[in-house]
Structures are given as C-alpha cells and as structure tokens.
Write a protein that binds this ligand. Structure first.
Ligand code: FE
Length: 214
C-alpha cells in the first residue's frame, strides 16, 4: 500500500479546503478499555464501508489517548448518539483527556460481550467492533473493523454534526475578551496572531481549519 506519509500536497487553484465542510457526518461515542480502565471519546468519522461481512471504518486522530488503546487492544465500541444528547456529554467525552480523568464516572452505561462500555442514554444503537486492519495516515489511524455485536436501543433520531452545531453547541464562544483564534468545536482560544497550519486543538484535537480568528 502507498505510504500516506510521503504524499505531497499539490498546489491547485481548484483546491478549496472549505468544500470539505459540505460533507455530512454523524456523531458517535467511541469507547475502549485497557488495563481495567475505560476510556471514551467523540468521533464523527464512523462509516459502514462493506457488507457480508459488515465492515466499519473508524478514523481516530493520533493525538487522542484512545487511538493507542484501540491499536493495542484491537477492540472498540461505537455508540450512535441521538439528538437528545446534551452539550455536557460532548464536553465530558470530547473536551478532556482520559489520561487524567475517568470519563465514564457517574454515567449510565452497559457492558457488551467484549467487556467494553456502551451508552444506554442518548444513544439509539451500539456496535462492538474488532479491528482487522489499521491504515496509517499522517494525522489519523483508520481502523477497519468487523462487527461482533450490533444492538438497537431506541427509535430516537441519530444526531448529525450539523444538528450539533445548530442546536446543541452553545452559540457564543466561552471567552470573548481574549485575542487570537477560537476553536469552533469546543471554544478553546489560542492566543496570538498566527495559528500554525498543523495546529491541533489541545482540548478537542480538531485541526487548524476548525479555528476562526477572534
Ligand atoms: Fe477544540
């Protein structure tokens, strides 16, 4: 397979990276477990990419604590989040690191056959996945997975990334006094005039393209 790390971005006047914003996504809680400790994070990159057997692709930023756990253990669960999911759930899973917090503490959750947690609230289905192959990209690990368990939990509507931005995320950034660049996803402010192109939000791990100038 081609080594994605050697790909060079070509200058092409027809390349407008904001076109990527038109892609539609859902939102998912990805859970994993290592050495008796659960971890959880939010991902928008979960897709079915094959059938018979069903194959799911889950892409996780390398900067996330979960990326290493999933690579080492070869296991993960995906909970499909619904429109009832409160902003606090996204803060809990997405805006802190499992390195120093127990993200599942105080939550209602179940355990699937593989002993990983899955959400029983604000989720309409979960999948237990087994990693069959890992594709390395410069920024992400792409896990190609088979499905070991798939369960419907409710008929509530799945939340989309667009719905999250329009109806769940608070409208105003947390801080309006600082100068610099604000992360449109979590509200973190990077102070300074310049934002490096390879910058990654230290809170939610989103790239520089998700920042806007204050
Ligand atoms: Fe952020």
């Amino acid at each position: 397979m081609k080594d994605l790390n050697t790909l060079v971005k070509k200058a092409n006047p027809l390349t407008d990276s904001t076109a990527l914003f038109q892609l539609g996504y859902g939102l998912y809680a990805v859970t994993c477990r290592e050495n008796g400790k659960d971890n959880a994070m939010i991902a928008n990159t979960v897709s079915q990419i094959g059938s018979n057997p069903d194959l799911l692709a889950v892409s996780i930023n390398r900067a996330n604590f979960s990326a290493g756990i999933i690579r080492r253990t070869g296991k993960l669960n995906v909970s499909v989040l619904t429109e009832s999911a409160p902003f606090s759930l996204f803060q809990r899973f997405g805006f802190q690191s499992g390195k120093n917090t127990d993200k599942m503490a105080g939550l209602r959750y179940g355990r699937s056959e593989n002993n990983l947690p899955y959400l029983t609230e604000h989720s309409n289905a979960y999948f237990s996945l087994k990693v069959e192959e890992v594709v390395e990209t410069p920024s992400h690990l792409l896990f190609l997975c088979t499905v070991e368990e798939s369960v419907n939990l409710s008929k509530e509507k799945s939340v989309t990334y667009a719905y999250y931005h329009a109806s769940i995320k608070p409208k105003k950034p947390q801080s309006t006094e600082k100068k610099g660049w604000v992360c449109k996803i979590c509200g973190y402010v990077h102070e300074g005039d310049d934002l490096p192109a390879d910058y990654i939000c230290p809170i939610c791990k989103h790239p520089a393209s998700d920042f806007e100038k204050l």
